[in-house]
Design a protein around this ligand. Sequence first.
Ligand SMILES: [Zn+2]
Ligand SMILES: [Zn+2]
Length: 172
Amino acid sequence: MSCHEARCDRCCYRRRLYHILRYYRLEGDDCRITIREAFAWCRDCRQVAHAERLENLVALDTELEQDALLGEEVYSAMASCKDRREERDRHLSNLRRRIDWRRSRVSPPKCLECGSTSILLSPENDQDDEECEEPPEIEHPDCGGRLRVIPVGFGPTRGFVSYTPEGDRIAT
Ligand SMILES: [Zn+2]
Ligand SMILES: [Zn+2]
């Protein structure tokens, strides 16, 4: 996975950010969903940190509807493709699980490093927008500059961390 570096355009602040696999652990140990992450300025860490990006429920519902519909068309044309059908069923059930989790989630997004909700999230880039090649910018409250987070090569994934559905780190 790629590793990133945050840099400020006004002061000498820099921080390397390494990729860590992060999941919510839901009811039962074997039920996990991947955490969607964004970069943020955390007022408690006083760092650029990994934070949660809580998805919009309407967008998730639309995605489920579209994928379910698309699946029907594709799979009725290839009724014999058992593997593809299983893959699709898995995808849809993961999506339903994510929607259930999102619906019951209460807390605002948290810093994944210290658990604070006092964070400035980077703006959400519309991923379909080809123009959005610019790295996300976050305000640097310490100096009034802009923080940019850019990929700086590849590194190994550093560890695996589980969180509660409310975004609190589970001590292991
Ligand atoms: Zn700065
Ligand atoms: Zn923090």
